[in-house]
Every structure is written in structure tokens, then in C-alpha cells.
Design a binder for this molecule. Structure first.
Ligand code: AMP
Length: 288
């Protein structure tokens, strides 16, 4: 595995790979690698001959009061995990090389990015989309794998790729969870052991909502009320938002339709750690 820090070198390397007719897949992360990230790498390896993993804690997608400075950066461990997973190139650029003096152009995201995370984290999606576009340009990848864990991010990226005619295929990967259902996340290490136990309520409430939908509950207000009550009943939790949305536009839905597919979104504070999760809701076929 080769480690590259300079975007120009990454781009030149990628161009050489393309000249040799290599199919390139990219997996973009902020590091502190876990099973969720590795599942993306595995998909990348199945689909392409060359896998590029990016690790970059992007300052432009963090708010001033967020955890940019304390975000975990275990680079040596990450590099060992990436190598063991069969990554070919680990691209871990320096912020100064990504955003040199004079850098000023940003992706301006639209409607999909304006809701939920977009409201709670102003500027987040513009910063994220900008760095994702830079990684697409520098990795010259044919395929990019993203996790459904960050469902709104995925929808924003798909919109950008379509709107800008970017020549890359986006592949969606399912959410990897711990045994009790908590989605694996680099931020889970912030949780105390008691908070870690409480955090399982996110997945329990997703399962409950799925059940309600499968039993034929069409009113999203009713589903959200039960989800809210369940989360509120766990100590140390504070809901940031819950919502049921169209999975492409992220517009809120009032009533589930038998032919539709919807996404339940959760953002919950567990103590001082903010976790997001989501799950697909579908009415059972025999419900009215
Ligand atoms: P991050 O390092 O948190 O920015 O995540 C990098 C990529 O890994 C994104 O595409 C995430 O959606 C994906 N990812 C993070 N956690 C998980 C998970 N538990 N399951 C599947 N994909 C994940």
C-alpha cells in the first residue's frame, strides 16, 4: 500500500492507473477506521482493481462549536487497518495542500442539503460536497462507495454528481451495526460505558418504527410520537431531530404510501455526543 499526501501526486498516480486501464474505486473517510469503513473497502475491492482510501478530517465541514479538534486521528492504526484490508493507495492529504492560500471556490448545495443536518449544521454540506468533489477529481475514480449511515450526505452527493455531470458511479453500502444495533461510528469512542448502553435506544426505535410501518401505520406523526417517547425514556438522551422523509429529496412525509419507501432519520445527543442513524420504513403489502 502506498501512502500519498499530496493531491497533485494522487492525481498523477490516478491518471497513470487510468492509462493502464485500471478500474479505480474510492472510499472517502475521516479516519478512526471501523467495521463500517472496512465494509466499504470490501465492496470497493469486489468492484474495482484499484482501491483508494482517503483519510481527511475536513475542517470545512465542521462548525465552530463542533468536535474538529478532538476528532480521533489514530493514523498509524488506520494505515495498518487499510493495508490489511487490501487498500492500494491511502490518500491522506495535509489541509494546507487541500486548501492552499487563495482557495475560495465552494460547492453550493441546494434543497436536499437544506433540511435536518443542513439546519443543525450550517455550512456542513457545502464543506462536505466541496471536499468530496476534490477527492473525486484527484482520485479520478470510476466508482465511489458511501455508507447509508450518512443518508443525507449520500443524497446530497448523488444530487451533486447528477447536477455536475460527474463521471463517477455512486455505490450505496448498508449500515454496519454492533451486536446491540448501534451503528459503528468513529464518534462512539466519546461515549462512557453507561452512555454506550443507552445509545442502543437509537436502533431499538428504528426497529419499532419499522414494525409500526409493517403493521400498516400510515400516519408519520404517530410513528414519530412513539419513536420520540422511546428515545426520551432512555436516560442521558436528548433528541436533536426525528423525521420521516422521502429518501431522495429528504422532504418530510405526512403519510406513508403502500408503494413508497421512506427513511426515518434520527439525531440524538447521548450525553455530550451527537449520534445520527436512520432506517428504511415500508408499509406491508397487505396494509391499506
Ligand atoms: P466518516 O469517516 O464518518 O466520514 O465516514 C466515511 C464513510 O463511511 C461514509 O460514506 C459513511 O457513510 C461510511 N460509514 C460510516 N459509518 C458507517 C457504518 N456504520 N456503516 C456503513 N457505512 C458507514
Amino acid at each position: 500500500m502506498q501512502i500519498i499526501n499530496d493531491p497533485a501526486e494522487m492525481q498523477k498516480t490516478a491518471e497513470n492507473l487510468r492509462l493502464k486501464h485500471q478500474l479505480i474505486a474510492v472510499v472517502m473517510t475521516m479516519g478512526a477506521l471501523h467495521e463500517g469503513h472496512l465494509s466499504l473497502v470490501r465492496i470497493a475491492k469486489q468492484k474495482a482493481g484499484t482501491v483508494i482510501l482517503t483519510i481527511f478530517v475536513n475542517p470545512r465541514q465542521f462548525g465552530l462549536d463542533e468536535d474538529f479538534h478532538r476528532y480521533p486521528r489514530p493514523f498509524e492504526k488506520d494505515a495498518a487497518m487499510a493495508k490489511a484490508a487490501g487498500v492500494d493507495y491511502l490518500f491522506a492529504p495535509d489541509a494546507e495542500l487541500m486548501y492552499p492560500e487563495g482557495f475560495e471556490t465552494q460547492v453550493c448545495t441546494g434543497d436536499v442539503a437544506s433540511r435536518f443536518e443542513g439546519i443543525k449544521r450550517p455550512g456542513h454540506f457545502n464543506g462536505m460536497a466541496t471536499v468530496v468533489l476534490k477527492f473525486m477529481m484527484t482520485s479520478k475514480a470510476h466508482l465511489a462507495i458511501f455508507g447509508e449511515k450518512d443518508a443525507q450526505q449520500l443524497a446530497v452527493i448523488k444530487r451533486m454528481v447528477s447536477d455536475f455531470n460527474i463521471d463517477i458511479q455512486i455505490i450505496e453500502a448498508p449500515i454496519v451495526r454492533e451486536e446491540d444495533g448501534l451503528a459503528t461510528s468513529s464518534r462512539n469512542i466519546y461515549l462512557s460505558s453507561q452512555e454506550r448502553e443507552q445509545a442502543a435506544v437509537l436502533y431499538r426505535s428504528i426497529c419499532h418504527a419499522k414494525e409500526l410501518a409493517a403493521q400498516g401505520t400510515t400516519e408519520t406523526e404517530k410513528i414519530l410520537a412513539e419513536v420520540t417517547a422511546l428515545i426520551d425514556s432512555a436516560p442521558d438522551t436528548k433528541i436533536d431531530y426525528v423525521g420521516i422523509v422521502d429518501p431522495e429529496t429528504f422532504a418530510e412525509t405526512e403519510k406513508l404510501d403502500a408503494n413508497g419507501k421512506y427513511r426515518l432519520l434520527l439525531a440524538v445527543w447521548i450525553g455530550s455526543t451527537r449520534l445520527i442513524d436512520n432506517g428504511i420504513l415500508e408499509l406491508s403489502l397487505n396494509s391499506d
